[in-house]
Write a new protein. Structure first.
Length: 370
């Protein structure tokens, strides 16, 4: 069996642009913030570029520290450092998740003029709603990021409080699809829509009855890295999905089925299917995501022929690879490579990474699309 090679988790450049949307009116220099996080400034002008999660988190922390604002100057009033800790402490003494989410909603109502958070329970479904009450100071990119950030913050904290995965079934977003919408399956939910009147995140109502399992000692450890640690790309309830992804990558160009993967992971096929479903994933979606991310990685970081990329990813022929790549990115493989070469004419050389500084990754390993 081939050794498992883990690729570096990354986020789309759109998430970084959103995080920086409010910086222009603060007096901070964006280039200095990016330099501290070792992110090449040129990446912000490449819609298909990817940034390593570790550097995204470093930028997140740096902005919070420099601004003394845990909300990136996106709102009329700053969220001073310590706001997230107080939010955690207010929810920590709740009895159930439902009570904790109600407290979180009330706390955010006090802090944020622009957004209102509500929780509704109807039969077997629970709906977390985020409504915009007033305009934000920033433009469309800042508005998109504000919704993304707030949902990830609430969802990540809720999952930590109950020490249990909380997969979202579906999320409706109140804006048109952003360029980084392809990442939403991994960040939020397997099903998502856009142009809704308000943000609505649906999940099983039974989770609301889960007890709060964390205490003061656990909170002290949690706050060492939070909130940056819970607002980056990968959800904490995707551990099995990520293990399956690693197995699929190790097996390329073969595409093992459910039975073979279950054997490798020491599970029954039924258990593997059930647990992936509980994480909001499926073998088909994981296989598709892996092919997409590796195709974009190899197109951007190597000069290997298109026919070889198609073969290495397990496609039956070049035509099927072309159709898949068009669906992922909106471009044919050849056009996509030409666009990258036009942007970085000196960087397409062998299998060498495209870089800004010598130690900066600018195009990387996970899904991208339009």
């Amino acid at each position: 069996m081939k050794p498992i090679v883990q690729s570096l988790p990354t986020v789309a450049a759109g998430f970084v642009n959103g995080m920086l949307a409010g910086i222009g009116r603060t007096g901070l220099r964006i280039d200095e913030l990016l330099d501290h996080a070792e992110i090449a400034t040129a990446m912000l002008h490449q819609p298909l570029a990817r940034i390593p999660v570790t550097r995204y988190a470093a930028l997140y922390r740096r902005i919070n520290e420099q601004l003394d604002d845990e909300a990136f100057a996106l709102f009329a009033r700053p969220l001073r450092q310590g706001s997230f800790e107080l939010l955690c402490r207010g929810a920590l003494s709740a009895t159930t998740l439902a009570e904790a989410l109600e407290r979180i909603a009330r706390y955010l109502r006090v802090l944020l003029d622009e957004f209102e958070v509500e929780l509704d329970r109807s039969g077997r479904a629970a709906v977390l709603t985020i409504s915009q009450e007033h305009d934000l100071p920033e433009g469309p990119a800042g508005r998109v990021f504000a919704f993304e950030w707030l949902l990830r913050l609430i969802h990540g904290l809720a999952a930590w409080l109950v020490a249990h995965p909380l997969p979202l079934d579906e999320v409706a977003f109140p804006y048109p699809p952003p360029l980084h919408a392809a990442d939403y399956e991994l960040v939020f939910a397997p099903r998502y829509t856009f142009d809704a009147p308000r943000l609505e995140a649906r999940f099983a109502a039974e989770f609301l009855d889960l007890p709060i399992r964390r205490d003061e000692a656990a909170l002290r450890v949690f706050l060492i890295d939070a909130p940056a640690s819970i607002t980056t790309l990968y959800r904490r309830d995707r551990s099995l999905a990520l293990r399956v992804r690693e197995q699929l990558r190790a097996a390329l160009p073969a595409m093992p089925g459910l039975t073979e993967l279950a054997t490798r992971l020491h599970l029954s096929p039924r258990t593997l299917h059930r647990r992936l479903e509980a994480e909001g994933a499926s073998l088909r979606s994981l296989r598709e995501a892996l092919r997409r991310e590796l195709a974009i990685e190899w197109m951007g970081k190597s000069t290997r022929p298109l026919s070889r990329i198609a073969t290495d990813l397990g496609f039956a022929d070049g035509a099927s690879f072309y159709r898949a790549f068009m669906a992922w990115t909106g471009y044919g493989p050849r056009e996509y490579r030409q666009r990258l070469q036009a942007t970085n004419p000196a960087d397409q050389n062998g299998d060498r990474a495209v870089t800004g500084k010598a130690n900066q990754i600018t195009l990387a390993e996970v899904p991208s699309g339009r």
